[in-house]
Design a binder for this molecule. Structure first.
Ligand code: ARG
Length: 580
C-alpha cells in the first residue's frame, strides 16, 4: 500500500473533475503539522492562478470531487486553498494488517519499471581505497538496493580508474621488483599505497626510470603483450583488495560490476569521429575541443571541453563520453546515476551537455550527478590521519571494530562468544555506514566516533537495539509472526501515530529511489523507532490483563515495525542481529 500514490491518484481525478488540466501536479505531502491533516494537498493555489479562479473556491470544488470513501474520515479546505486529509483509523488498521502479513511489508513496486545504471565506488588501481571512496560506495549501494527492491532493473557500474599515464611508472616499478624476487613482489603489493609512492619517487628522482616508464606508456597503449600482462597483474591485485573491503562493508559490488576506464579504450577514437561528424569539434593548439555556449569562462567566452590532447592522448572526459554512450545505447538505460564527489560537478555538467549534443544520450535518458560532500574530522578539516595522510578504509574499519568491541563488552554480559563477534561486526560496520548514510549527502559531515557509536540519537546502535527489543517482545510472548491472526485495532493515539508511520514506508522508498538520498530512509527508520517507543510505553503487550484481541493486534504492530526496521536497514546495507 502506497498511500501517497493512492492519494495523488484520487487528487488528480478530483482536480480534473473540477476543471484543472490533466497535467496539474497533485502535490500531496504528509501534513506539515498535527492539525493540517495526515496528508495535505498543496496543488490548488498554483492551479487556480493558471485557471484564473479564486483558490478557495477551486479548493472547495476539488474537495467535493475528491472521492476517499472508506479511506478518509475528513477532508477540509484550509487557509488560502490547502486541502487537509484525515485518514480513517479503521482503514489504517487494515493497511497495517495487510502489510504485517506481506513479505514486502506493504511496499508497492514502482509504477514504471526502469533500467537504472548506477555508477559508484570507482576507486583507482594500485591505490588503496580510502575514506574518499567510502561515501560513493555506500550511498551508491544503498540507492542501488532500494531501486532493485522497487522492481527496477539496476546495472551497477564500477568505473575503476585502471588506465592512464601513471601505469608507465607502475609497470616499471613492478618489473624492477620482479627482477629482485617473487616474494618481494607479493609482499610489496600487499601495501599498494607504498608501492605507488615508491614508483612515483623513482619516477621523479631517476631520469632513466622515468624514460623507461614513458616508453612503457607508449607500449601499453599500443597493446604490447608484456606490458598488458604486468598491467593486468596490478589490476587483479587491486580488485582482490577492493573486494575484501566490499565484503567487509556488506556492499553488493562484485567483479562482474567492474567496467573500468580501460574497457572504453577502443571506443575513444569513435567518440572523436562522431563529434567531428556532428561538427562539434574545434582545434585549439592542436588539441580537439568541444565548445559549449551554455558554459562561459570568466571572460564570458564559451568554455571548451578538451576531448583529445595535442599528442593524441584521450582524457577523463573522453572516457566518460564513451561510458555514457555505452550506458544509453548498449545497456538501454532510462536513468544513469553518478555517485561522485561534488568537486566533479562541472565535469559532469559539461560531459552531459556534450553527450546530448552528440546524441550519445537521447533527451529521454536522465543523467544525474548525485554529488556528495566531504568527510571532515572533528576539527572541521578534511578527515586525515594525525600525520596528515589519507586514512585507508581498511584501517578505519579496524578501528571501528576495536571501538565496538569495547562498547559491547561493557553492555552485553549474557551473549555467547559467537553472538558477540556478530554483534561487534554489525555495530562497527553499521555505525560507520549509518553515520554517513543518515546525513544529507549534498553537504560535508563531521566523522565522530563517539556520536556514531552512541545508543541514543539517530545512530545505528539505537536502531539495532530497537530491533532487538521487538525480538525480545516476541520471545517473551512465546509466539511467532505466522501464528498471529485477527484484526489490527487502533485504540489509542500512540497506536494511530505508529500505524500511520508504518504505512509511509512505501512512499519513503519511492523518494529515496527518485532522489538518491538514503538519509530520508534513515530519518524514517529513526521516526518509526521513536513512535514505537511511545507506543510501547502506553500499549503493553505482555502485561497481565491485556485483552487477547488487543495483545494480538499489538503484536502485529510490533511485528511490522520490526520487519520494516530490518528491511530498511538491509536496503541501507546494514546487518541486524537478534540480540545484543
Ligand atoms: N576514479 C574516479 C576517482 O577516484 C571516480 C570515477 C567516477 N565515475 C565516473 N564515471 N567518472 O575520482
Amino acid at each position: 500500500m502506497n498511500i501517497l500514490r493512492l492519494l495523488e491518484d484520487r487528487v488528480i481525478k478530483a482536480l480534473v473533475a473540477a476543471g484543472a488540466p490533466a497535467d496539474t501536479p497533485a502535490m500531496v505531502r504528509p501534513g506539515a503539522r498535527a492539525n493540517f491533516g495526515d496528508y495535505q494537498c498543496n496543488a490548488v493555489m498554483a492551479a487556480a492562478k493558471k485557471m484564473g479562479m479564486n483558490p478557495r473556491e477551486l479548493a472547495q470544488k476539488v474537495s467535493d470531487h475528491l472521492d476517499l470513501t472508506g479511506i478518509a474520515s475528513k477532508i477540509e479546505v484550509a487557509g488560502p486553498g490547502f486541502i487537509n486529509i484525515y485518514l480513517e483509523s479503521q482503514w489504517l488498521a487494515s493497511a497495517v494488517h495487510e502489510a504485517a502479513h506481506d513479505p514486502r511489508a506493504g511496499v508497492s513496486e514502482a509504477a514504471q519499471r526502469q533500467t537504472v545504471v548506477v555508477d559508484y565506488s570507482a576507486p583507482n588501481v594500485a591505490k588503496e581505497m580510502h575514506v574518499g571512496h567510502l561515501r560513493s560506495t555506500i550511498i551508491g549501494d544503498a540507492t542501488a538496493r532500494t531501486l532493485e527492491f522497487l522492481g527496477h532493473k539496476v546495472i551497477r557500474q564500477n568505473h575503476l580508474g585502471d588506465w592512464g599515464t601513471q601505469f608507465g611508472m607502475l609497470i616499471a616499478h613492478l618489473e624492477d621488483l620482479e627482477k629482485e624476487n617473487q616474494e618481494a613482489v607479493s609482499m610489496k603489493l600487499s601495501d599498494l599505497e607504498t608501492f605507488y609512492r615508491e614508483a612515483k619517487k623513482h619516477f621523479d628522482e631517476n631520469p632513466d626510470f622515468a624514460a623507461r616508464a614513458r616508453n612503457f606508456v607508449v607500449r601499453l597503449q599500443g597493446g604490447d603483450e608484456y606490458c598488458l600482462k604486468l598491467w593486468k597483474k596490478l589490476v587483479n591485485i587491486t580488485l582482490a583488495h577492493n573486494q575484501e573491503i566490499y565484503d567487509r562493508l556488506n556492499v553488493s559490488l562484485t567483479n562482474n560490476d567492474v567496467m573500468g576506464e580501460s574497457a572504453y579504450n577502443d571506443s575513444l577514437p569513435v567518440i572523436i569521429k562522431v563529434l567531428g561528424e556532428k561538427g562539434l569539434l574545434s582545434e585549439d593548439d592542436d588539441a580537439k575541443v568541444v565548445f559549449l555556449d551554455e558554459f562561459k569562462n570568466k571572460d564570458g567566452d564559451p568554455m571548451g571541453v578538451i576531448v583529445q590532447k595535442s599528442g593524441g592522448g584521450f582524457l577523463y572526459s573522453t572516457t566518460d563520453l564513451a561510458a555514457i554512450r555505452h550506458r544509453c545505447h548498449t545497456l538501454n538505460a532510462d536513468r544513469v546515476l553518478y555517485y561522485v564527489d561534488a568537486r566533479q560537478g562541472q565535469h559532469f555538467e559539461q560531459v552531459y551537455a556534450v553527450a546530448r549534443k552528440a546524441g550519445f544520450a537521447s533527451e529521454h535518458v536522465s543523467l544525474e550527478h548525485h554529488a556528495f560532500g566531504m568527510m571532515l574530522g572533528k576539527d572541521g578539516k578534511p578527515f586525515k590521519t594525525r600525520a596528515g595522510t589519507t586514512i585507508k578504509l581498511a584501517d578505519l574499519l579496524n578501528e571501528a571494530e576495536e571501538r565496538a568491541a569495547a562498547l559491547i563488552a561493557s553492555k552485553s554480559g549474557d551473549l555467547s562468544e559467537e553472538q558477540k563477534v556478530n554483534v561487534i561486526r554489525a555495530v562497527a560496520i553499521g555505525s560507520v555506514k549509518y553515520a554517513d548514510l543518515s546525513k544529507n549527502r549534498t553537504s560535508d559531515y563531521v566523522f565522530d566516533w563517539d556520536i556514531m557509536l552512541a545508543f541514543e540519537g539517530n545512530t545505528a546502535p539505537y536502531l539495532l537495539y530497537a530491533f532487538t527489543r521487538i525480538g525480545s517482545i516476541f520471545r517473551r510472548a512465546g509466539i511467532s509472526m505466522s501464528d498471529l491472526q485477527g484484526e489490527v485495532i487502533i485504540a489509542s493515539d500512540a497506536e494511530r501515530e505508529l500505524a500511520l508511520q508504518l504505512c509511509r514506508f512505501s512512499e519513503t522508498l519511492d523518494s529515496v529511489a527518485r532522489e538518491g538520498l538514503p538519509h530520508q530512509l534513515c530519518a524514517y527508520l529513526y521516526d518509526i523507532s521513536g513512535a514505537f517507543m511511545k507506543f510501547y510505553e502506553t500499549c503493553p503487550v505482555n502485561r497481565e490483563g491485556v485483552l487477547p484481541e488487543l495483545r494480538n493486534s499489538r503484536l502485529q504492530i510490533c511485528a511490522l515495525t520490526g520487519r520494516i526496521l530490518q528491511l530498511g536497514l538491509d536496503l541501507l546495507g546494514i546487518e541486524t542481529v537478534e540480540q545484543m
